[in-house]
Write a protein that binds this ligand. Structure first.
Ligand SMILES: NC(=O)c1ccc[n+]([C@@H]2O[C@H](COP(=O)([O-])OP(=O)(O)OC[C@H]3O[C@@H](n4cnc5c(N)ncnc54)[C@H](OP(=O)(O)O)[C@@H]3O)[C@@H](O)[C@H]2O)c1
Length: 266
């Protein structure tokens, strides 16, 4: 089944887990003209073998870019590399997927140090903030071009220009009484709640540019982060994520959505 996404797409944290599956399904399900910028901390490392193998199946369609989202210089170099590849084009879709969860779950208060709080915030919030700030001109360019080509006025979509932030159900403050005992994870929860606020602020900020900004909960997924008990495979989670994001419109910007496209309360 194809997904209605176009142009240039960038995904962070793509050497494993949900990020790797996003690149795989985007490569399979989009037109051959689509370019996927698959970002990864260590493209030459042993942990990037699966991404390397996938890239070899789609030469020219998947472009691997070195990117550590916790390092501002690395973000700057990655944006420069993407800009060179794209030339005069724009970036249609940025998926902020890379994240960490420290210390290992359940991560109760007494097992959590300042270092954990700072590292998780830096990767999960500051990383997407800086990357989005640096890559904004490319997103703006895609949004402008789309309107010239298709006369779509102020319509927003992931085909035109969008930022998708990978959030989580356990970022929801309203749902905390239901979810807290199962997974305390102070650094992770608070970082994702901050990512939600970043989503909301940027959706307001970039409305004028017709750039959609939405946070999505990919479900509880069997990855290194999600663990073996998780009910969803990466394949099923990503299939549903792509379905939801391909049909987003203005009403979804600034929201946190589940895999059915329904709003999760803040
Ligand atoms: N799995 C779940 O159940 C679940 C549920 C809700 C939300 N999510 C969200 O979904 C997203 C993907 O989760 P996942 O389960 O696939 O996690 P994962 O298996 O732990 O994979 C995380 C990915 O992020 C990368 N990464 C971490 N720190 C990075 C950095 N500083 N720079 C660049 N890349 C970095 C990792 O690369 P390295 O190999 O280099 O570390 C890896 O590719 C995350 O945002 C997560 O919060 C997951």
């Amino acid at each position: 089944m194809s997904v209605k996404l176009e142009g240039n797409i960038l995904v962070t944290g793509t050497n494993r887990g949900i990020g790797l599956e996003l690149v795989k399904q985007l490569a399979e399900k989009t037109a051959k003209e689509v370019h996927i910028y698959a970002c990864c901390r260590e493209p030459g490392g042993a942990r990037a073998e699966a991404l390397k193998e996938l890239t070899s199946q789609y030469p020219g369609k998947i472009i691997v870019i070195k990117l550590d989202v916790a390092d501002e210089d690395s973000i700057s170099a990655a944006v420069q590399a993407v800009r060179q590849h794209i030339g005069t084009g724009g970036l249609n879709l940025l998926i902020n997927n890379a994240a960490i969860n420290k210390p290992a779950p359940p991560a109760p208060l007494m097992a959590t140090a300042k270092k954990d709080m700072m590292e998780v915030y830096e990767t999960n919030v500051v990383g997407p903030f800086i990357l989005t700030k640096m890559i904004l001109p490319l997103l703006q360019r895609a949004a402008e071009r789309y309107s010239t080509d298709k006369e779509n006025g102020d319509e927003m979509s992931c085909r035109r220009s969008a930022i998708i932030n990978m959030s989580t159900l356990i970022s929801s403050i309203e749902k905390c009484p239901e979810t807290f005992s199962g997974a305390q994870m102070y650094p992770y929860r608070t970082s994702k709640a901050a990512l939600n606020m970043l989503t909301r602020c940027q959706s307001e900020d970039f409305k004028i540019n017709n750039i959609l900004v939405t946070a999505i909960h990919p479900g509880w997924v069997r990855t290194e982060m999600g663990g073996e008990q998780a009910p969803l495979s990466t394949q099923d989670s990503v299939g549903a994520v792509l379905n939801v994001i391909s049909s987003l419109s203005n009403k979804d910007s600034g929201m946190l959505l589940d895999l059915q496209g329904n709003r999760i309360p803040w």
